[in-house]
Design a protein around this ligand. Sequence first.
Ligand SMILES: *Cc1c(COP(=O)(O)O)cnc(C)c1O
Length: 429
Amino acid sequence: MSTDTSAETTIFKRRESEARSYCRGFDTVFTSAQGSEMTDARGRRYIDFLAGCSSLNYGHNDPDMKSALIDHIGSDGIAHGLDLHTETKAAFLEAFETHILKPRGMAHKVMFTGPTGANAVEAAMKLARKVTGRTNIVAFTNGFHGVTLGALAATGNSYHRGGAGMTLNGVTRMPFDGYMGDGVDTADLLEKMLGDRSSGMDAPAAIMFETVQGEGGLNAARPEWVRRVAKLARDHGALLIIDDIQAGCGRTGSFFSFEEMGVTPDIVTMAKSVSGFGLPMALMLVRPEHDVFGPAEHNGTFRGNTHAFVTARVAIEKFWSDRAFQDRLAAKALVLTTALGELAQMVPGAVLKGRGLMQGVDVGSGELAAEICARAFEKGLIIETSGPEDQVVKVLAPLTTPDETFRKGLNILLDVARDVTTQAKIAAE
Ligand SMILES: *Cc1c(COP(=O)(O)O)cnc(C)c1O
């Protein structure tokens, strides 16, 4: 390999499609990663506050997941098994039932979909339509649910929608909590629309949202709003789908993002960190009475990524078999809120966004947010933006980040924000 590791001059520029994206903001070639740090070909180390967009909630190469996977491969364990019964799948389901579903009083069935989040969302939307015999699905402003056509119809972002090249149907868009500002409870509007036979909204098969909008700018729904929307769904014969693909697996401070909100969704979609190791794996949780797909009616060759079952089981047993891990998340979230509060102080009009370990700062402009992230990268911190104008600097550190590393990363972020805002002030004077 050449020693020039600028991606601009390598095979990536020459041969990889222009559709590549995250790599453009981090112009280097990565070689290895451990815990919350990544290393590039020049031997530079970076603190990772992107964490595979919340696919690496337990960090890179967790030693227990890694050794379980190596043992599995070393003993000729099944690698690919369609959806055959395997010991590995049984062990994952047992762990998930014991440590996640039962303690939360959830009777849900687990359906393995194709291994991407978008596929889980497709399955959820199809199932809701099959269960209710209705077509329409209510989704919300700034929601992100994936980019395959069904899921894309529910996604708000016009750039992503534009990639469809065809009409996106079957979804009614409603304003998410807070979309109309503080004075308006958007659940009122939803209630009115659902209740008025002349509102023009077809009776929905489902109402679907993220409790914290990961890509849409870290808008966090209030628990009261979530409860009201859940009740509206029930009252109007629609299923409640919570897309917990990004906000789940501990990201907001509890395993599911909706815990302690007093709602039990009919369907929950999960992907990203569910394998624990960054391996492709997605699933949906379905209330038993709605588990009505026939065999292979929603199909997929890779519904059983057995390697992901191995690491997913370890993730559940290691982090969620008691409260210790979850209790530590609350303390970490507080550190994050404090640091981001300092950052927000530096930028006039800046607003804190999000919840738990899914927080960021809306700095008001995409350029400023991009500048902060670019300078952070120069100083060894990988961090990305979110929101309709990419104006939210978003921290998605692994939940397992050691306190010292977390501090160090946050200090880099604060230092660069200080530099950027001071320069802007001088320039303005
Ligand atoms: C990432 C994401 C998806 C799509 O998952 P993919 O694996 O990229 O298809 C869907 N919903 C939410 C909330 C997401 O964050």
